[in-house]
Design a protein around this ligand. Sequence first.
Ligand code: TRP
Length: 337
Amino acid sequence: MSSKPILFSGMAPSADSLQIGNYIGALLQWKEMQQANDAIFCVVDLHAITVPQDPAGLPDHTRRTAAQYIAAGIDPTMSILFVQSHVSAHTELAWILNTITGFGEASRMTQFKDKAAKQGTEAASLGLFAYPTLMAADILLYDTNVVPVGDDQKQHIELTRDLANRFNSRFGETFVIPEAIIMKETARIYDLQNPESKMSKTSASDSGVVWMMDEPSKTAKKIRSAVTDDDREIRFDRGAKPGVSNLLTILSAFTGTSVELLEQRFAGRGYGDLKGEVADAVVSTFEPIRSRALELLDDPSELDRILAVNAERAEAIAQPMLAKVYDRVGLLPRVRR
Ligand code: TRP
């Protein structure tokens, strides 16, 4: 056992491709964090199906998401990279956590309220309601110390901590209390065509979303057609200049240059220059990632083998934890014969 902190994070396989926000807000930082932590990355397919998914498309989305993790630098021999549904302890622990979660407590989760409102509250499933307890199970099975997430997930981590503490005080010390690492605000990327709203895998129009798996020429074209504004100044001002600010944020993330420095460098220059540099920076980063992901997807049985090995590694940690939880709760052990 190493003495590094244990890190757990995940993303749902809800599309063919991750987008630029997933890259900057998650993958890029995960890749760095896997050095200093014992990292576990999960493709959360069971979370994906809390809203309707096409069964014919889901296996491919799951493989593609895993391939993009690897292509972007997640090392599946150092870190653990696995598919949530491959390790049944996740749903089993989620059930136990459901039994100590208050109905009112779960009702206060703002993501549930938002997603339920989007679908029409009558259509929202019990699975969507239980999304946060499944997420808590993901985290608590592995003695996780740190959980890097976007700020929209902060409330779920708070719930996870509450549930871990509650379980520990009712049934005896069992879970490590995890800490959220909230990924920085600069990671917030907005829709290129509608820079007031967050760029999202489920965005209405495709032209505002930069996908990691898009062809480079398409990506460059989208960036060059990004909505800006009528004056000519290149400066960061989210309120007055959301489009330009978004482009500066992207360029800063892809080049590691601060926004202030970029503002100085672009003083007196036009939007075309800015867009050109953003396009170059994004394309030169995504090109090799895309090629590597396509290569991995060309050999699905090898990819499935990597995922199988990693599911075993995850299960070797998760299953004993689940057994301990069952024991603490007082479930009669099944005798193996
Ligand atoms: N809910 C997270 C999101 O939408 C995804 C997720 C599922 C997750 N399980 C997790 C993140 C466990 C961190 C840890 O981004």
